[in-house]
Design a protein around this ligand. Sequence first.
Ligand SMILES: [Zn+2]
Length: 135
Amino acid sequence: MIIVVAVMLALGAMFYTLFVRQQDVPEPIPVSPIQHLEDRKHAIYDNLRDLQFEYRLGKLSDEDYQQTKLALQKELAGVLAETEETVKRLGGSSVRVQAKSSNAAVSRKSTVCPHCSARFPQPLKFCGECGKAIA
Ligand SMILES: [Zn+2]
């Protein structure tokens, strides 16, 4: 009798775990630990592209262009190093796969351009629309 009760309890627990909990508890959305670094990296690439564009249009002086480019490249190097370190620490390939599928973290820090009111999902130093600096 005791064994039957024990088996029933075990089955009940299994049933509860398999069916009830999966329905009631939603899976947490996985947020990659390097998502924010990926966002920053893309923002810097965008800024570099915009900077070059502005420079070609003659809107920037040589000095401004070189200074800003250098600052962005330095920031990029830092982000890349940090990404590499994080990936290494967490053990590689699974992190990269996660990073692609997760967009949930992007909306945390959006940027609105004070000049043209363009909105971007990631923090930016320069507007991707009008190219002006965002304070
Ligand atoms: Zn703008």
